[in-house]
Design a protein around this ligand. Structure first.
Ligand code: PLP
Length: 376
């Protein structure tokens, strides 16, 4: 199977550990194992035998995940290595050559590449920026026009990466209705659920019609990307099929990750983790917005969720060129809008520690000022 490069992930994989300041991440500053554990728990971790655990996730972990959703149980859950594997396995299970899929854009772009590699015809449903009103618009009538009897699935990322916008219940119900009408699936990547700036958890797509698959992971809202722990939530027979595919990818999650994920999703601890995330997001967004407001020729739309800010600049330079210049001359990494097919924009992650954020924004100001000066 030929697959096009996943350019954003390639960019991050290649450079994120080579630069001094990495502002390309979309989640919050990760927890240490120590911060995750409660006092006295390290023994249980050290005693963990490094076996192949139950390959679709231990029943205990699947129960914890299922409890996050109304009317779900462990048979609806497949535990994967991160949201990336959850998306990959789901797409490979659902999509056949020649299928039409409707993909919300802009998007994280993993599914863009996978759908195309699977031989699907990708139609895009665009979110459009409205800088004047500080919001992203979506047009559900347009979505309705894009979906037809050949549509296999509608894929959405909610909250959305890279815009940080959120579709609420009414819109999700309408999308479910459109899918139902054409017997299509909806596949919703909900990885930023729990990373909302105002503390209101984004409603899940789960339960809105029969053919819903949700993917998620502990990488963003929980600050645990190094666990590589994600999941697929779907109808029981569909999840069973995904498990069979998973045998071909990574078999199952790591034993330590499964164990630590079970601890992270213990309700009181989960709340503690999400509170930490919210504190980081609100504190750092204030710093980032303050900085944006002091910049000429730079505008943004306040993200409703996620630790990233899309910035629209007017400096007459291609976004990949700008990102390359920052990387080579200033040893900092951010994501060029080109990676989302949005030249003229850059994505800046604001979830890291405050010193890294401030230093990164300073370096970005310097380069933008140089560009201003050279255009005079
Ligand atoms: C929307 C979205 N889905 C999936 C992933 C991959 O998640 P994970 O690190 O859990 O594999 C990312 C990572 O940035 C993402 O933004």
């Amino acid at each position: 199977m030929h697959i096009e490069p996943f350019v954003m992930e390639r960019w991050q994989s290649t450079y994120e550990h080579q630069v001094e300041l990495n502002l390309s991440d979309s989640g919050v500053h990760p927890l240490t194992v120590q911060e995750l554990l409660e006092p006295g728990e390290s023994e249980s971790l050290l005693d963990q035998r490094l076996i192949y655990t139950q390959s679709n996730g231990t029943p205990e972990l699947r129960d914890r995940i299922a409890n996050l959703y109304r009317d779900a149980d462990r048979e609806n859950i497949e535990v994967t290595n991160g949201g990336a594997e959850a998306n990959y396995v789901t797409a490979c299970t659902l999509v056949r050559p020649g299928d039409e899929v409707v993909l919300q854009m802009p998007n994280y772009m993993q599914l863009w590449g996978v759908f195309r590699a699977l031989g699907a015809k990708v139609r895009t449903w665009e979110l459009t920026p409205d800088l004047e009103n500080d919001t992203w618009h979506w047009d559900l009538d347009r979505l309705e026009q894009l979906v037809n009897a050949d549509t296999r699935l509608i894929a959405i990322c909610n909250p959305n990466n890279p815009t940080g916008s959120v579709l609420h219940s009414e819109a999700l119900d309408r999308i479910a209705g459109i899918a139902r009408q054409h017997d299509a699936w909806t596949m919703v990547d909900e990885i930023y659920q729990g990373a909302e700036l105002d503390g209101t958890s984004t409603p899940s797509m789960w339960g809105r019609h029969d053919k819903v698959v949700v993917t998620n992971s502990l990488s963003k809202a929980y600050g645990l990307p190094g666990l590589r722990l994600g999941w697929i939530l779907g109808p029981e027979d569909f999840v069973e099929e995904c498990w069979g595919r998973h045998d071909y990818t990574t078999i199952g999650p790591g034993a330590l990750s499964d164990h630590l994920a079970e601890l992270a999703l213990e309700p009181v601890r989960r709340q503690r983790i999400l509170d930490r995330t919210r504190d980081i997001l609100t504190g750092n967004l204030a710093i980032a917005m303050d900085w944006v407001n002091g910049q000429q020729q730079l505008r943004t739309i306040t993200p409703r969720a996620g630790a990233f800010l899309m910035l629209k600049y007017e400096h007459g330079i291609n976004s990949l060129e700008l990102a390359e210049r920052l990387r080579v001359e200033r040893s900092m990494l951010l994501v060029p809008g080109d990676h989302f097919e949005m030249d003229g924009w850059i994505r800046v992650g604001f979830g890291d520690d405050v010193d890294t954020l401030r230093a990164g924004l300073d370096r970005l100001s310097d380069v933008l000022q140089q560009l201003d000066a050279s255009s005079v």
